[in-house]
Design a binder for this molecule. Structure first.
Ligand code: ATP
Length: 352
C-alpha cells in the first residue's frame, strides 16, 4: 500500500489582485513564485488578505482581470477548484457528519471515479500515515477535535493534491494539541515534499512550518523571506513590530556610538553621524549585567519570572522602556540598577 509519488508543483501568482463586488479591495496586485515542494506560510493580522490569496490559488475565487495563477507553468486561472487537484484543510473541519472516517477520506476519490480497489488501498494508506487506521469506521461526529483535523488532512492528501492548502487548520484546537499537530504537520510536509500554502495569524506556527513566510498587511506583501530573515532582518516597521517583541532605541549617532538617555552603544554598520536615528533590538539579544560593567544601564521597572528565564522591563535606557531577558535563576528587585550589554550585530537598522 503506497500513497503514490508526490508531485512537486511550482505555483506562480502573477499580478493577482482581488476586488469584491461590494468594492472591498482585499488584495493589491500580488506576484509570487512558490517552488515545487516548498511550504509557504501567509502570516498577518485579521483581514489582511491571507484567506483571499489562498482561495485564488484554490480556484474558489477568481482574481481581478489580468491576474494569473499557474501550476507547473500551466495557467489554471479559469479552472474551478474541482479541476485544479488541490487538497484543502480548513479551520472548521468540514467533514460529512453522517459518513464514517473512511467514507470522508475516500470521498474525493469516489467523486473522481477511482476504481473501488484502488480507492480502498489509497484510503488505508493515508489513514495509516495519519495514525488513524483504527478510526476508519467511526462516524466523524464521534471524533475529538484533533482526530477530526487528522481526518481532514487525510482527506486532503488522499487525492494526491498538486498543491496542499491549509487555512488556519489548528486554530480551533487547544494549545497542547495544536503544538502536537503542528509537529506532525511539519513532519508530514517534509516527508511528502508536497507544495503547501499555509495560512495563519500565529507567528510561532509560521516560523516553525514555513520554508518562507509571506507577511501581509492590508492586502499587500510587507515582506517575503525565510523565517530567520523575517525575524532578524525585518525590512520595515510593520514586520519588525508584528513579529515577536522589538525594542526601539532612538538617539543621536556620533563617531559610531549611539547616544541614549541610559548611556551609549557601539554600532558597526558604518552609518554616518546623525542627530536622530533609530535602531531596533530583540529582548533576547540584551544581556543583563551588573551596573557599571557596561556603557549602558537602566532601572528594573518589572520582572516577570517565566521559569526558564525572567522577562525584565528596564526604564531609563531609551525614550521607551526596554524589554530584556535574563536567566531564570537570577532574581531582580523593582528599582534595581542593571547594566545592559548589546552586540553591535544584534542592532537592527531599518532601511530608510
Ligand atoms: P482572517 O485572519 O480574519 O481570516 P484574512 O487575512 O484571511 O483574515 P481575508 O479573509 O482574505 O483576510 O479578507 C481580506 C479582506 O477582504 C477583508 O477586509 C474582508 O472583510 C474582505 N472580504 C473577504 N471576503 C469578502 C467578500 N466575499 N466580500 C467582500 N469583502 C470580503
Amino acid at each position: 500500500m503506497t500513497l503514490g509519488q508526490t508531485v512537486r508543483t511550482p505555483v506562480q501568482l502573477q499580478g493577482c489582485a482581488k476586488t469584491f463586488p461590494d468594492g472591498t479591495r482585499a488584495l493589491e496586485p500580488l506576484d509570487l513564485e512558490i517552488a515545487g515542494g516548498e511550504t509557504v506560510v501567509f502570516l498577518g493580522p485579521s483581514g489582511c488578505g491571507k484567506t483571499t490569496t489562498l482561495r485564488l490559488v484554490a480556484g474558489l475565487e477568481a482574481p481581478d482581470p489580468g491576474g494569473r495563477v499557474l501550476f507547473d507553468g500551466q495557467e489554471v486561472t479559469p479552472l474551478p477548484i474541482e479541476k485544479r487537484q488541490v487538497g484543502m484543510v480548513f479551520q472548521s473541519y468540514a467533514l460529512f457528519p453522517n459518513m464514517d472516517v473512511a467514507g470522508n477520506v475516500g470521498y474525493g476519490l469516489r467523486v473522481r471515479r477511482l476504481p473501488e480497489a484502488e480507492r480502498q488501498n489509497r484510503v488505508a494508506a493515508v489513514l495509516e500515515m495519519m495514525a488513524i487506521g483504527d478510526l476508519a469506521h467511526r462516524r466523524s461526529d464521534q471524533l475529538s477535535g484533533g482526530q477530526r483535523q487528522r481526518v481532514a488532512l487525510a482527506r486532503a492528501l488522499a487525492v494526491q493534491p498538486r498543491v496542499l492548502l491549509l487555512d488556519e487548520p489548528l486554530t480551533a484546537l487547544d494549545a497542547a494539541l495544536r503544538e502536537r499537530l503542528r509537529v506532525e504537520i511539519d513532519g508530514l510536509l517534509r516527508r511528502l515534499g508536497v507544495t503547501a500554502i499555509y495560512v495563519t495569524h500565529d507567528q510561532s506556527e509560521a516560523m516553525a512550518l514555513g520554508d518562507r513566510i509571506v507577511v501581509m498587511q492590508q492586502g499587500r506583501v510587507a515582506q517575503v523571506g525565510p523565517p530567520r530573515d523575517i525575524y532578524f532582518r525585518p525590512t520595515n516597521r510593520f514586520v519588525a513590530e508584528f513579529i515577536g517583541t522589538m525594542n526601539l532605541l532612538r538617539g543621536s549617532l556620533r563617531g559610531g556610538w549611539l547616544q541614549l538617555p541610559g548611556g551609549r552603544l557601539q554600532v558597526s554598520d558604518g552609518t554616518p553621524d546623525a542627530v536622530e536615528i533609530e535602531y531596533l533590538c530583540r529582548p533576547e539579544a540584551v544581556t543583563v549585567t551588573s551596573p557599571g560593567a557596561t556603557t549602558l544601564s537602566g532601572r528594573v521597572a518589572s520582572a516577570l519570572f517565566l521559569g526558564d528565564r525572567t522577562r525584565l522591563v528596564v526604564e531609563g535606557v531609551g525614550q521607551q522602556p526596554l524589554v530584556a531577558e535574563a536567566p531564570g535563576r537570577r532574581a531582580f528587585r523593582q528599582g534595581e540598577e542593571v547594566g545592559l550589554q548589546l552586540d553591535a550585530q544584534d542592532l537592527i537598522r531599518l532601511p530608510t
